[in-house]
Design a protein around this ligand. Structure first.
Ligand code: ADP
Ligand code: MG
Length: 242
């Protein structure tokens, strides 16, 4: 069974339709990039996938959990699906290690030793094994974002969602975060990422989805899609300086 199955979802905010019958299937281990102009519905799509937004119609099933309004299933889904945003929101009064151990301890009910071990492993994976006892404000923006990724990974998610996680970072810090995401992709994590980094999408994502006005306008294997966009809207998007 596919890891993510989004079928014909509709979502409006008030009178404004934002997703208009959007469907997306992601297989286990696949990396999917969502691209498109600001306001095209990319973030809403990600937020629907982990139940941060309720949908008006359609169906969503992720990591074996159907989002059908049952709060138990919603909690189970959230536990299995990590999401990382542009803003990292680490607790400033907690160390890096404490930030990472929080959710596994409270949500997964891991013991301290086990939570610590998972936190150390997650930090090593993002290349910050030596920062366990540091406070967030001692770290660069890129390092803080890598801690935020480690915090998600320590929950041992089946799916990771990334919403423009490098948009607030300088170019050199962007690279270190992208490289962590690439490592995860190569390790077989199922990922959906919203990104402005077209080179990264083309190189790392198996599938790229171009969203336009709340619809999937074009999608396909990344290399093919970028080499030969079929619609005027996508060609125009790719040629604009965004
Ligand atoms: P993208 O991530 O592609 O820039 P979004 O999914 O954030 O697009 O937004 C799509 C549209 O939905 C935009 O017009 C945005 O203003 C609107 N929108 C998003 N979230 C909300 C919300 N919570 N309430 C009202 N409108 C929203
Ligand atoms: Mg967005």
């Amino acid at each position: 069974m596919s890891e993510i199955m989004v079928k014909e979802i509709f979502k409006s905010f008030g009178a404004m339709p934002v997703l208009k019958g959007t469907s997306l299937t992601v297989e286990r281990g696949q990396v999917v990039a969502l691209i498109g102009r600001s306001g095209s519905g990319k973030s809403t799509m990600l937020r629907c996938i982990n139940g941060l937004e309720t949908i008006d119609s359609g169906s969503i099933r992720v990591a074996g959990h159907e989002l059908d309004g049952n709060p138990k299933k919603l909690r189970a889904l959230r536990t299995d699906v990590g999401i990382v945003f542009q803003s990292y929101n680490l607790f400033p009064h907690l160390t890096v290690g404490q930030n990472i151990m929080l959710a596994p301890t409270i949500v997964r009910k891991r013991g301290a030793d086990e939570a610590r071990k998972a936190a150390v492993e997650a930090l090593q994976l993002v290349g910050l094994g030596e920062k366990f006892d540091a406070y967030p404000d001692m770290l660069s923006g890129g390092q803080q974002q890598r801690v935020a990724i480690a915090r998600s990974l320590a929950m041992q998610p089946k799916v990771m969602l990334f919403d423009e996680v490098t948009s607030a970072l300088d170019p050199e810090l962007t690279q270190e975060v992208l490289s962590v995401m690439e490592t995860l992709a190569r390790k077989g994590m199922t990922m959906v990422l919203v990104t402005h980094e077209m080179g990264f999408a083309r190189r790392v994502a198996d599938i790229t989805v171009f969203m336009h006005q709340g619809k999937i306008w074009e999608m396909g294997p990344s290399q093919e899609l970028f080499a030969d966009p079929k619609t005027a809207e996508m060609r125009q998007f790719l040629s604009a300086d965004v």
